[in-house]
Design a protein around this ligand. Structure first.
Ligand code: VAH
Length: 274
């Protein structure tokens, strides 16, 4: 990453405003959030960071006429939402505080777009798999933790059932989605935030089997914990046809090429640490 790096407390509007002024910011990619699993342990903090933090970013962006990218999540969907090929417009009744904050965020962003003409855009990310950052307290963390266990030749104890299927996306696709949407022609967009996007869907067992093609002695034991209930409330596959039609979304990564790339990258990373 090029350019200055500073720490900002999104819950403190003044620190957000000071950085915008000092560095003459014109666009904010507001990714800071408390994720689903940690959010269930501290719902009040999740609301504070995810909603009050977003409010501060929207207010500063309104005042300084900035553009904003803000990610929602498939966590906006709940048990009443169709599980397969979940449509763009559907029931949003999440059962986690994280999901509640993302529904509130989608409504807040739409309000700022309609009321003030703020150019705020966003997608509903599925679980994101990255080789660059460690998992951050989400329900989909198992999909990253598995890789670390495999390259360390350790058995992995998975906190969701083997047959748990969730929509996922490889980080390079997640970054592409954000940039493509922010570069899209505004007149073609019929939504502001909350575009359904997806890269792939797989079960925990399918991920383990794909990893085993590269690490044959890799072993996984399945011991569901409180995060199973969260995973069970989310869809299995997502209809992202609106994003494909309106701004050309198309994932480049699937289970096979993502697993190969992740293992190669993590092996290099661990070798560089030894
Ligand atoms: C989580 N990784 O697990 C996040 C994500 C859809 C899941 O939002 O909480």
């Amino acid at each position: 990453m090029k350019g200055p790096c500073v720490y900002v407390d999104v819950c403190d509007r003044k620190t957000v405003e000071d950085v915008v002024k000092k560095y003459d910011v014109d666009t904010i990619y507001h990714l800071a959030a408390i994720l689903s699993a940690v959010g269930e342990k501290n719902p009040q903090l999740a609301w504070k960071v995810n909603v009050d933090g977003l409010y501060n970013v929207l207010e500063v962006s309104r005042e300084y006429d900035l553009r904003v990218f803000w990610p929602s999540s498939i966590a906006v969907f709940g048990p009443k939402t169709p599980k397969h090929n979940t449509p763009q417009d559907t029931i949003l009744c999440p059962t986690t505080m994280y999901g509640v904050t993302k529904v509130a965020g989608e409504l807040l962003c739409k309000y700022y777009a309609d009321k003030y003409g703020l150019d705020v855009r966003g997608v509903r990310y599925p679980g994101i798999i990255s080789s660059e950052t460690l998992p951050g307290g989400g329900t989909t963390d198992y999909a990253v933790e598995m890789f670390y266990a495999a390259i360390k030749r350790e058995k992995y104890v998975c906190f969701v059932r083997e047959d748990t299927v969730l929509p996922m996306m490889y980080m390079p696709d997640a970054i592409d989605a954000a940039i493509m949407l922010m570069n899209a022609n505004s007149s073609k967009l019929t939504y502001r935030v909350g575009y359904n996007v997806s890269g792939m869907s797989f079960s925990a067992g399918e991920l383990a089997s794909e990893i085993k093609k590269h690490v044959p002695d890799f072993e996984v034991e399945y011991k569901p914990d409180f995060r199973q209930k969260i995973a069970d409330s989310w869809p299995k596959t997502i209809d992202d046809s609106v994003a494909r039609k309106e701004w050309g979304w198309k994932p480049k990564w699937n289970l096979e090429n993502m697993v190969k790339d992740m293992l190669e990258k993590l092996k290099r990373k661990l070798l560089s640490l030894t």
